[in-house]
Design a protein around this ligand. Sequence first.
Ligand code: HEM
Length: 194
Amino acid sequence: MAYSWFKAFHIIGIVVWFAGLFYLVRLFIYHVEAEQEPEPARTILKKQYQIMELRLYRIITTPGMLVTVAMAIGLVSTEPEVLKQGWLHFKLLFVAILLAYHHYCGRLMKKLANNECRWTGQQLRALNEAPTVMLVVIVLLAVFKNNLPTDITAWGILGLIIFMAVTIQLYAKKRKRDKEQLMAQINQVPQEQS
Ligand code: HEM
């Protein structure tokens, strides 16, 4: 019974953790792109994003991570023999990468607050795909364990995920280009009038 409770809250923790991770880097994107806004909008927006990022990191993302890890410890201490299984070793490898990503997001947040972040909005968009990859791999390992499927359906799903990620990147690029063209047109109008 305890095992099921740990597992239930392990999954709840994962949902909260990932909601935080995904939204955090999205806020970083808006934060970096606020640099292109004229004053006083730039300062106001940056200050607001800084507050939102800090709250999200401290109140949602980090507690989500702590619940996930605490419940995982509960799971393995209830059934220690699971620690001998190969799938869990692989899973732990990806969890370690995910924890490093979480920590790096915290550092990026501080850099943004100090105006030291060198990432562009486009690069941050690509970075935001990393937790998706980790999520897919870890959940597949947790569900299929040592019998990861390698049939046509599995490859089809993998292809679909890659296709979706590439489409999102291309769409973001197109929107950025459209916005730049629009701004160029808006800036041209007053020059033609004068
Ligand atoms: C902190 C290190 C972690 C450890 C030691 C760990 C360990 C475990 C264990 C022992 C189970 C129970 C497996 C079973 O009885 O079927 C489990 C379930 C699960 N874990 Fe983790 N986990 C960790 C982190 C994560 C993370 C980060 C994710 C997601 C990104 C995740 C996703 C899942 C899922 C979806 C299940 C349910 C699988 C099922 O019931 O079929 N785990 N985990």
